[in-house]
Design a protein. Structure first.
Length: 276
C-alpha cells in the first residue's frame, strides 16, 4: 500500500469534498493514483447510496432561481435525511449549483436535469458523491420551471418552500409581483384559474361534493346542485386568480393585479414545499 502525502490528501479532498481520512484511504487503495482515488470516492458514494435506499429523506432544501432576463425560472428540491445536513453549507451549495445548472440548461424534466454534466460528471453523480461524504440518503426530488415575459421567484426563509410565478407582461410593478409570489407560497393554489383546473380534478371535487351531500342526508334531487355549489367554492379557494388577496380580502388576486395594469395576469406558477 502506497504512502501518501498530506498534499495529495488535501488535493483529493478539494476535488471530491470527502473527509481527510476517506481521502487518505482512497489514495492508499489506489496506490497514490489520483484518478483512481477519485473513482474510489465515487464508488463509496454509490455503495452508501444503495445501503441507504430504504431510508426516508424528508429534510433538505427547496430553492428557486431566475435567468438573467427574468423570463425563465426554476424550482428544485434536494432532499436528505436530517436537518443537520440540510443546514450544512456544502449541501446548500450543491443544491445551488444544481439550480444554476437547471437555469442555464433548461432541462425538459427532472430526469433530464439529473443527466446534465457539471465539471464532467452528471448531476446524479454529484448527488451520489455527496451521499458518500455525508453517509445520508439524498434525492433530487423535484424540478419545475416557468417561461414567461416576466418571472418572479420567492424562497421562504429556511429554504423549505419556494415558488416561481410567470406573468404575461413586464411592467414596473415590483410590489405586485412580490405580493403575488407570496400569495402562491402561502395559499397553496392548485391552478391559475378555473379554466386551468384539470377535468380529473373537477370531477373528483364534484364527487366529493355529492358524497358529502348524501352523508348529510340531502334530497337526491338536490345532490348535483349542491355539488356544483361546492365546486364553485373550490374554484374560489383553490385557484390563484379567484382567491381572496391575503393583504386585502375585499379583492381577489385578479382584481389586485389589475390595479397595476388591466391586462396583467398570471399565466403559470410552480410551488414546492418539503412539508405542507
Amino acid at each position: 500500500m502506497a504512502q501518501v502525502t498530506l498534499e495529495e490528501i488535501s488535493k483529493l479532498r478539494k476535488a471530491t469534498g470527502a473527509g481527510m481520512m476517506d481521502c487518505k484511504k482512497a489514495l492508499e487503495e489506489a496506490n497514490g493514483d489520483m484518478e483512481k482515488a477519485v473513482d474510489n470516492i465515487r464508488k463509496k458514494g454509490k455503495l452508501v447510496a444503495s445501503k441507504r435506499a430504504d431510508r426516508s429523506a424528508t429534510e433538505g432544501v427547496v430553492l428557486a432561481g431566475l435567468s438573467t432576463d427574468a423570463k425563465y425560472g426554476v424550482v428544485i428540491a434536494l432532499n436528505c435525511e436530517t436537518d443537520f445536513v440540510a443546514k450544512n453549507q456544502d449541501f446548500i451549495d450543491l443544491a445551488q449549483i444544481i439550480l444554476n445548472s437547471a437555469v442555464t440548461n433548461k432541462p425538459a424534466n427532472l430526469e433530464a436535469l439529473k443527466q446534465i454534466k457539471i465539471n464532467g460528471r452528471s448531476v446524479a453523480e454529484h448527488v451520489t458523491e455527496k451521499v458518500g461524504i455525508t453517509g445520508e440518503k439524498m434525492d433530487l426530488s423535484y424540478f419545475g420551471s416557468v417561461s414567461a415575459e416576466k418571472v418572479v421567484a420567492y424562497i421562504h426563509p429556511g429554504n423549505q418552500l419556494s415558488c416561481i410565478v410567470g406573468f404575461n407582461k413586464s411592467i414596473t410593478a415590483d410590489q405586485i409581483y412580490k405580493d403575488v409570489a407570496m400569495q402562491v407560497a402561502a395559499m397553496k393554489a392548485v391552478a391559475v384559474d378555473k379554466d386551468s383546473v384539470s377535468a380529473e380534478t373537477i370531477e373528483k371535487e364534484r364527487n366529493i361534493g355529492r358524497e358529502k351531500a348524501r352523508l348529510e342526508g340531502k334530497p337526491e334531487n338536490m345532490i348535483d346542485k349542491i355539488a356544483e355549489g361546492m365546486l364553485q367554492k373550490f374554484f374560489k379557494e383553490s385557484t390563484l386568480m379567484n382567491q381572496e388577496f391575503i393583504k386585502d380580502s375585499k379583492k381577489t388576486v385578479k382584481q389586485y393585479i389589475q390595479t397595476a395594469d388591466k391586462d396583467l395576469t398570471v399565466i403559470d406558477f410552480k410551488r414546492y414545499a418539503l412539508k405542507d
